[in-house]
Write a new protein. Structure first.
Length: 76
């Protein structure tokens, strides 16, 4: 894959798109996209409490950030 394909994959992943949709956009097979992600991903360990991405996770009481209706999700 070239750089253009990799940028398209990264953009698609950031947008929450599936491998199938990303593959359709770049003209590749979904397994090729999956393989590219698995081979070249970088995992960065969070340094915050319980692996959350926010330094104020212990004090925060805000809910509904995941996009689910407030009645369906009460996670903070």
């Amino acid at each position: 894959m070239d750089l253009t394909d990799r940028v398209a994959i990264e953009t698609g992943l950031c947008s929450g798109e599936s491998f199938k949709k990303i593959a359709r956009q770049i003209g590749r097979h979904p397994s090729a996209v999956s393989h590219e992600v698995l081979e070249n991903r970088t995992h960065i360990q969070a340094t915050y409490y319980a692996g959350k991405d926010c330094a104020k996770v212990r004090q925060c009481r805000q809910t509904g950030l995941c996009g689910a209706p407030e009645s369906a999700c009460h996670r903070q």
